[in-house]
Every structure is written in structure tokens, then in C-alpha cells.
Design a protein around this ligand. Structure first.
Ligand code: F6R
Length: 598
């Protein structure tokens, strides 16, 4: 999603800082980019496409000490140079992340005040509004307070003003950090954009105005009183973006999963099940759990539901965050709302968290990014240790989220006495051995063969029952997002109620068969599609005698851990298919890593 970077430096290195920052933000997904810098007035350079295209237009001989930059993921108006940020109106130049919801009525008001608009963007309207208030107040901070009072929606802004040597920032419902370095100070959507140059960072709070000069960052509340800041040292290890010999970050991240699993679970199990109970909150006080998330994180919720309901006997309701935030929720003081998010910044999930918290419901966040908004705002935080995930399509964060939900199910099952000592012993043994089993599963040479058999098809189906249905949904999403093949996931028994009409000669159907009591049922469903011409691919941990065209065998482990192995073939088949189709695997078209608008 859109990315912001800004620099106010003691040196004249602004163009390098901005381009480096925008390159570091590339992983978030974007369609165009631009910068504005001060040098004999304000200069703006924009480009559609990759940052390399923008860089070709930049003359590094030009020296400047103030600038702002932006990667755009179009929300209002198509992808073209005119709509690309920064936008300038009158004395004000801005970059913006978020959506100004009342921009149509604001635009009308501003047009009545003789403002003219060249673009279809909400950002140009925001820029004009700040210019109007600046002209009225002659004070940019007062203008920003008026702006905050007037606009509805979400925003993170970087603002430069003609004749003023500072950068100004405000934000609401969109992330923004401010950071300090030896040679100057910064703003950015993400620490990674400035971590090469800056040493300390803080997340800008809402309702605060940041004034960034070359040697200081001053924060003001809405009454323009100075407020305290709280900078933390930047962990420079995030600068390590080496692909370590892998062709794509996605492949590297798939291979990191054994380590991620170990890192995520080990601290909870130092002293076996006792430390798991000690180190997690007491879940037994809840009689209902709502898991709320988006995309793959939502799919982890579906896996969690299967495990928690089966092993802990608590009803779990899993909801897509963009729906949950607007619907009637049947929660009470015995409900725990769990939000799951890699970035901790996804706008809909954050809104769902705030809604539940606002209704005094206990909230727990399963989040990867340290210090993210959800990590800070939830009542309870369970941090997964996936490390930085760069590929837009999630793999290792998905696994780490599933691992954390499995631990919650194990914690509850054990606290409620639902599983006996012997079963716990078996689970702990499986946990210890899982990293090696993950490694072996990743190295299975069959995925390329299967990819070759399916990559030219226009559609692919995934089917499964129970927890395998939840995994089918993730397999299908992974394939469509990185290979652009139209794929659908179905509960295996549901296909014949309509969708089976889409099965033709050669249509690939990937069946997941790991649930002992359901395997024979899914085999029957695979037979039904095979007799209509489908190419059948079975992924199974069962020693079944089947008639599939292709079969991938994965190790069998305790059900609480099985999804972590089952997802590996799904990730790698998608990866191999996308490679054969020559897709941009790490940055699929139209997608963004951190979805900070609703
Ligand atoms: C798919 C994918 C997305 C994210 C979703 C939520 O591969 O990565 O579906 O899972 O956008 O993002 P987070 O987890 O950051 O809330």
C-alpha cells in the first residue's frame, strides 16, 4: 500500500535518502512514485512504474536538504503521472497515505472558494484544504489542527510549506513513524524506509502534530502544547534484505519456516506444558472466541477454529474483518476477540480490534511486526517470530500465526484437562521433531512436476473437508495471487451442488486429505471429479490406496501440528506455477503488503 518517506537533513543528501527510502518501501506494492524536494523552490518528479523509472529522472548532482517521497497504490483516480503524489496546491506540497472519505463534499466547498483541481485524487483535495487553512491562519500547525477537525477518513501526511524549513506530519488510522539520525530527521510509513540512515524511531500517535527540522523533532497536541516523545533505538538487522541465494524472497521465506516455527514456539515450551500455561493468558475464563482477520490471516483463523473447537471445546467464530467491523456482534464479557495480522496495521482488522475494545471486550493480537498499531493497542499481545516478511504473499507469517493458534488450542486443552499426559508427551515430541519434517517436506522434488502439469490451465480447484477445507482456502489464495490462475476452494462435499459444472477434461483438482475420519469421503469426491475428466492431485498424510493422477505424501503428525506441514506443498506448488508463468512472484500485480486502507 502507499508508502511515505521524508527527510530534513543537515547534509544535502535528500535525493539519495528519498530514493533509498522508496526502494525500501517497494515490497509493500505500488503502481507509481514521486518525490518533492526543496532547491530554489519546490521541485516535483513523478513516474509510473518501478522506482528505477523514477530514479532515471533524478539528477543526484542537485543538492537539497528537505524532501518528501511517496509510492502510490491507486485508490482515487487511475494510475498515471498526474494522479501520482506529491501534490502541490498554493504554498503546500503533500504526500498522503489513506483515504479522505468526505473528499467529494470538501472538493465542492473548495471549488466554491476558487480552488481548481487537476487530478481525481482525494490527496489533491487534502492539499487544497490545508492550503486554505494555512492562508486563513498563517500558521501551518493551526492549519493542520483545522484539517484534522474537518476531514473524515484515514491519513498519514508528509507536508512541506513554501518558505518554511520544516516537514510536518499528522496521521489517523494510517501508520507513520518519525525517526532521528546523526545527519537529520525523517518521517516514513515504515522504519525500514529510513533504517539505513536513522538511529532511533517512534510511532507517531494520532492527534499529534510532528514538526521535523534538520536537528530536532518536536511534537504538539491539538492545543499546540509540546508533548513528550519516546524514541527507541532502531534494530539495524531489519536492513538485511539479502535473498541468500534464493531467486525470490517468497522461496527464501518458505525455507525459513522450520526456524520460524522453532523461534515462535520455543519460548512457550522451555519447561514443557507448564511454561505454556504460565506464559499465556488464562483462556479458561472465556466461553466464546471471535477470530477476526483478512486474507491469509483469516485463513489461519479458520485453522485455529478447527483446532480450538476440537481440543478446547469452545465455540470459535471466524470473521473477515471488513465485515465484522460493521455488523452486529454477539460478544459479551466472556468473549475473547483475537485479531491476527502479520503487519499489525491492516485497516479493517485494526478497526475491528478498536470496535471490540471500545465495547470493553478483551482483545488479543497475534502479530508479527513489533511496535505496530495492533501490537500496541490490543489488551494482550502474542508476538509471532517470523522475522521480516518481504514477499507480498505471506508464507512464513501464515505458518507462525497457525503455530500460535495451535499453542492456544494446546494451552486450553491442557488447562481444561481435555488431553491426557500421554497425548501431551506425544505432542511435545512432534513439536521437537517438526522443524526437520518441515525441512524434508520443503525439499520434496514433486512440486515442480505438478506445477508443470497444471500451469497452463485457466482454472484450478482445491477441495478438502474440516481443517483441510481451511487449508484449501489458503492454497487457492496463494495460487491465484501469485500466478493469476483463477482458482477456487470448496468444501469437498459442496462441489457437486453447482460448481462441479466447471470441471472439464483436464481441469486440475487439488484434494487435501489429512483428516483420518474424512479421508474416504474426500476420496469419493475426488473420484466424482475424475470421472468428469479432472486431473486429480492428492496431498495426504495417509497411506491411502488412491487413484489420483498425482500424489504428494507428507509426514503424519498430531492434528494440532499437521496444518504446518500441509501448507508447504500448497505454497511450493503455487510458487513453481508462478515461476513457470513468469510472474513477478514477490510483488504480484495490484497487491500490497500492508493494506492500510479499508
Ligand atoms: C496473502 C496475504 C494477505 C494478508 C492480508 C492481511 O498472501 O498476505 O491476504 O494475509 O492482507 O494482512 P496482515 O496479516 O498484515 O493483516
Amino acid at each position: 500500500m502507499c508508502g511515505i518517506v521524508g527527510y530534513n537533513g543537515k547534509d544535502k543528501n535528500t535525493l539519495h535518502v528519498l530514493i533509498d527510502g522508496l526502494k525500501a518501501l517497494e515490497y509493500r506494492g505500488y503502481d507509481s512514485a514521486g518525490i518533492a524536494y526543496k532547491n530554489n523552490g519546490i521541485n516535483i518528479i513523478k513516474s509510473v512504474g518501478k522506482i528505477d523509472e523514477l530514479e532515471k529522472k533524478v539528477d543526484y548532482n542537485i543538492k537539497s536538504n528537505i524532501g518528501i517521497g511517496h509510492t502510490r497504490w491507486a485508490t482515487h483516480g487511475s494510475v498515471n503521472i498526474t494522479n501520482c503524489h506529491p501534490h502541490n496546491v498554493g504554498d503546500i506540497t503533500i504526500v498522503h497515505n489513506g483515504i479522505i472519505e468526505n473528499f467529494n463534499s470538501l472538493k465542492e466547498e473548495l471549488e466554491n472558494k476558487k480552488y481548481k483541481f487537476n487530478t481525481k485524487t482525494d490527496t489533491e483535495v487534502a492539499c487544497a484544504l490545508i492550503d486554505l487553512f494555512y492562508n486563513e491562519t498563517k500558521d501551518i500547525k493551526k492549519a493542520l489542527v483545522k484539517f484534522m477537525d474537518k476531514v473524515e477518513g484515514s491519513y498519514a501526511l508528509g507536508v512541506i510549506v513554501k518558505g518554511d524549513d520544516n516537514i510536518y506530519s499528522v496521521r489517523k488510522d494510517s501508520p507513520l513513524i518519525v525517526a532521528k539520525g546523526d545527519n537529520g530527521n525523517f518521517i516514513a510509513s515504515d522504519t525500514i524506509a529510513v533504517s539505513k540512515y536513522a538511529d532511533s524511531v517512534m510511532y507517531l500517535k494520532e492527534n499529534i502534530i510532528a514538526e521535523i527540522s534538520s536537528d530536532n523533532i518536536t511534537l504538539f497536541d491539538r492545543d499546540l502544547n509540546i508533548v513528550e516523545n519516546d524514541f527507541k533505538e532502531i534494530d539495524k538487522s531489519i536492513n538485511n534484505t539479502d535473498k541468500c541465494g534464493y531467486d525470490y524472497y517468497m522461496l527464501k521465506e518458505i525455507h525459513e519456516q522450520p526456524k520460524v516455527f522453532r523461534d515462535t514456539v520455543s519460548s512457550y515450551l522451555e519447561n514443557g506444558i507448564d511454561s505454556l500455561i504460565d506464559k499465556m493468558p488464562d483462556f479458561t475464563k472465556y466461553n466464546r472466541i471471535d477470530i477476526v482477520a483478512c486474507g491469509s490471516a483469516y485463513h489461519t483463523g479458520l485453522v485455529g477454529k478447527n483446532l480450538i473447537e476440537e481440543f478446547a471445546d469452545i465455540p470459535v467464530n471466524v470473521e473477515v474483518a471488513s465485515e465484522y467491523r460493521y455488523k452486529k456482534n454477539f460478544y459479551d464479557d466472556k468473549t475473547l476477540v483475537i485479531v491476527v495480522s502479520q503487519s499489525g496495521e491492516t485497516a479493517d482488522t485494526l478497526a475491528a480490534l478498536r470496535k471490540a475494545k471500545g465495547d470493553n471486550i478483551d482483545t488479543l493480537a497475534i502479530v508479527n511486526v513489533e511496535g505496530s498499531t495492533m501490537a500496541r493497542e490490543a489488551n494482550i499481545l502474542l508476538k509471532i517470530k517470523a522475522g521480516r516478511e518481504i514477499a507480498v504473499a505471506t508464507t512464513k507469517a501464515y505458518s507462525a500465526q497457525v503455530a500460535m493458534l495451535s499453542l492456544i488450542a494446546l494451552n486450553l486443552a491442557s488447562a481444561k484437562g481435555n488431553i491426557d499426559k500421554n497425548e501431551i508427551k506425544d505432542i511435545l515430541k512432534d513439536i521437537k521433531e517438526l522443524p526437520v519434517k518441515l525441512e524434508n517436506t520443503i525439499l520434496n522434488p514433486e512440486y515442480e512436476k505438478i506445477a508443470n502439469a497444471i500451469y497452463e490451465n485457466e482454472s484450478v480447484f482445491f477441495i478438502g473437508r474440516g481443517i483441510d477445507y481451511a487449508l484449501s482456502m489458503e492454497g487457492s489464495l496463494k495460487l491465484k495471487e501469485i500466478s493469476y490462475i483463477n482458482s477456487q476452494a470448496y468444501a469437498a462435499g459442496e462441489l457437486k451442488h453447482g460448481t462441479i459444472s466447471l470441471i472439464d477434461e483436464g481441469t486440475p483438482v487439488i484434494g487435501i486429505l489429512t483428516e483420518d475420519n474424512l479421508v474416504l469421503k474426500t476420496i469419493s469426491n475426488m473420484e466424482e471429479v475424475k470421472s468428469r475428466g479432472a486431473v486429480t492431485i492428492g496431498i495426504t498424510n495417509n497411506n491411502i490406496d488412491s487413484n489420483f493422477d498425482y500424489k504428494i505424501e507428507i509426514p503424519k503428525v498430531h492434528k494440532l501440528l499437521q496444518p504446518l506441514l500441509t501448507v508447504i506443498p500448497l505454497q511450493l506448488i503455487s510458487y513453481e506455477v508462478a515461476k513457470l508463468r513468469k510472474c513477478n512472484i514477490d510483488q504480484p500485480k495490484n497487491l500490497a503488503k500492508s493494506v492500510t486502507v479499508e
